[in-house]
Design a protein around this ligand. Structure first.
Ligand code: ADP
Ligand code: MG
Length: 253
């Protein structure tokens, strides 16, 4: 493995969580979570259902607030509202399990809308960028259709293109293939693997262990709101330290 190079700007911490605590009422969902994701790093987050993985992702682009601790993106604290918040959500692209495309916009409009509204890109430039991105994720021929006319795998690739159109600093994926029929999973994972190879900074919640082995620089294992392991994939899959991780792996591998 490549040694970390703290002095190199390419390895600067892009996402940083320090002592993050989150409750939903009496439920303590994130317990003193520390996590740093360097520029260009791919971190796969795994763990049992209910362990706080989605909440972790959602705090990073402030879809959820935190009760304590600090989160920074590229050194800056998360903004709380207004234009700064819209820019944060552009900088931190998110892809959900359920696609979340705008149903009443065409595929291409889904991809051009954000850059025009949030980044101030011209319509012509946004259109050119959308064409290139739709080509890249393999759905160029669907540009003028509506999301409901596409397969789940195609919709999810459009969702990825839409996030990329904002030129994000980091991409968050929350179980992006969990709602897909099995034959569509790889077409989405292939796009993600390509992004990882090109150096995109990524946080990926997934149960796709093949993807984790192939693409992850680090695997983070969460259980009950805590990060129990944060290590390289080889170590995680061959010699996980915690019994909870061993148990989890024995059930899914
Ligand atoms: P995971 O993604 O690992 O399955 P989540 O982050 O979705 O876990 O959820 C962690 C815990 O927080 C679960 O017990 C879940 O039921 C609870 N939870 C998540 N979102 C909310 C919410 N908006 N209100 C109340 N409880 C929530
Ligand atoms: Mg979840």
């Amino acid at each position: 493995m490549q040694a970390p190079q703290p002095s190199s700007p390419a390895r600067r911490p892009l996402v940083r969580l320090d002592g993050v605590q989150k409750h939903f009422g009496a439920l303590h969902v994130l317990k003193d979570v520390d996590l740093t994701v360097a520029a260009g790093e791919v971190v796969v987050v795994i763990g049992p259902s209910g362990s706080g993985k989605s909440t972790l992702c959602r705090t990073i682009n402030r879809l959820e607030t935190v009760d304590a601790g600090r989160i920074t993106i590229d050194g800056a604290d998360l903004p709380s509202e207004g234009k700064d918040l819209a820019r944060l959500r552009a900088d931190v692209g998110m892809v959900f399990q359920s696609f979340n495309l705008f149903a009443h916009k065409t595929v291409k409009q889904n991809v051009t809308l954000g850059p025009v509204k949030v980044r101030g890109v011209s319509a012509a430039e946004a259109g050119r960028r959308a064409d290139a991105l739709l080509e890249r994720v393999g759905v160029a021929s669907q540009a003028d259709k509506y999301p409901a006319q596409l397969s789940g795998g195609q919709q999810q690739r459009v969702a990825i293109a839409r996030a990329l159109a904002m030129e994000p600093k980091v991409m968050l994926f929350d179980e992006p293939t969990s709602a897909l029929d099995p034959e569509m999973i790889n077409e989405v994972l292939d796009v993600m693997t390509g992004l990882a190879r090109e150096g995109m900074t990524m946080v990926v919640v997934t149960h796709e262990m093949g993807f984790a082995r192939r693409a992850a620089d680090r695997v983070v294992f969460m259980a009950d709101g805590r990060i129990l392991e944060d290590t390289d994939p080889e170590t995680f899959f061959t010699a996980p330290e915690h019994a909870r991780a061993q148990d989890f792996l024995s059930k899914i591998l």
